[in-house]
Design a protein around this ligand. Sequence first.
Ligand SMILES: NC(=O)c1ccc[n+]([C@@H]2O[C@H](COP(=O)([O-])OP(=O)(O)OC[C@H]3O[C@@H](n4cnc5c(N)ncnc54)[C@H](OP(=O)(O)O)[C@@H]3O)[C@@H](O)[C@H]2O)c1
Length: 260
Amino acid sequence: MSSTAAPTSRTALVTGPTAGIGASFARQLAARGDDLVLVARDSQRLEQLAAELRAAHGVEVEVLVADLADREQLARVERRVADSDRPVHLLVNNAGFGHKRPFLENSVEDEQQMLDVLVTAVLRLTHAALGAMVARGEGQVVNVSSVAGYLPRGTYSAAKAYVTSLSRWADATYRPQGVQVMALLPGFTKTEFHARMDVSRGSAPRWMWLDADRLVRDALADLDAGKQLSIPSKRYKVLAGLSRVVPVGVLSRFQRLGRR
Ligand SMILES: NC(=O)c1ccc[n+]([C@@H]2O[C@H](COP(=O)([O-])OP(=O)(O)OC[C@H]3O[C@@H](n4cnc5c(N)ncnc54)[C@H](OP(=O)(O)O)[C@@H]3O)[C@@H](O)[C@H]2O)c1
């Protein structure tokens, strides 16, 4: 008699899928057959993307409108990630932004808001995911960090340094219990990120700009290969390696790259 076992479906929760790297993750994961939970602030763009992915790939797509800088709205997302009746197999902590102005021109509340999205949301969603995943003995988390985390480039870089370190530690600690945590470190990538900061693509040399779809393809290949750290493209692998050996004083000369 042939087996009647239902095909196993996986669910991936992606934060920040309404643009850029997160949109590429959502499209590529749906194309693989994953059901999705999409989390961001712009409900119209979320619903449009959800309809597109259901129609194109026949997957189930849930929309969760939430501002990750708001602790109550973040708590709703934490509860969804931890829900053992509707397991999330892959969490992609991707949502993020950078400030337009330098540190002292921002209010400390603006700085706090960036920290809330880049660090607090990543910490709390990783905590929620690991609790559920370790209990099941399986699961994956991708934390979208940045090669900027290796450089002295303000509070954005400091936040990304935290995300990379958190992810590497969590992977080393929980991999033996079946859960993989991978830090993804993009370099300059063509998304809405810099336009939202009023920064033009001319602010960094053309060769430095990566394509978001290619970046996510490489990242998913690294995830499948069981990697703990993904630095897509040879260029950025070399630059990341150099950043470990070049003195901080020299690195800080590149402060203005990719800025106004
Ligand atoms: N682009 C680069 O050069 C680059 C380089 C290294 C690392 N990264 C990192 O890659 C990640 C994705 O950035 P991207 O380049 O794809 O930027 P993007 O095109 O501007 O997309 C950012 C996404 O984050 C969401 N988001 C922003 N603030 C949010 C909040 N408070 N609550 C919920 N969602 C929020 C946005 O959705 P809504 O506006 O709809 O809420 C959007 O979907 C970020 O973590 C970024 O730091 C980017």
